[in-house]
Design a protein around this ligand. Sequence first.
Ligand SMILES: [Zn+2]
Length: 204
Amino acid sequence: MVETEGVIKFNLTFRTEKLGGVDIGELSAWRTVLKDLGLLGQTPGRYDGYGFGNVSQRCAGGFVISGTQTGKLDAVTLKDYAVCETWDLQRNAVDAKGSVKPSSESLSHASIYDVHESVTCALHAHSPDIWQHSVEMGIPVTEASVAYGTPEMAKEVRRLIVDMDSPGIFSMGGHEDGVFTFGRSLAEAGQLMVHELVRARALI
Ligand SMILES: [Zn+2]
């Protein structure tokens, strides 16, 4: 099953509010690197022109995540992020605030934070190279029948990563080119993503 990006499927309670006091400097720098590598962005001809890829980091009161459909932006500031304050994977619900609504894949990020207390950040990229070679590279893959942004995906993510060390990587079988890394620091998660991209390229 192949899906387009960008459609928020969870029940979002959103409060428009100017964010303050959240340091997104390093997160945004990694976002730029992912964009430079073609792992995040918005490109005609890819995914029907929807933006793809998103980044998040724990912060006081929840986690900060890229806003929905911000992939086209070259540079981002805090107004392009939302803070997810509470979430309920069973009810498929997220409470968030910011100047922009949170990424449509916020629940997958939330499920990672729920499973691993030590994880501080999660990067969601779109890499045909890694995705297509996941099995060959020994990367766990979520069931192809499970769609992103659903309680089933949250359960599936939990199943895959519950015994995984940090940093970790997994691919999303039902979400074309979708790959996640997570870590105890942005350096861990970012470096793993780049490292796995190089491993995949070496197989081509
Ligand atoms: Zn995606």
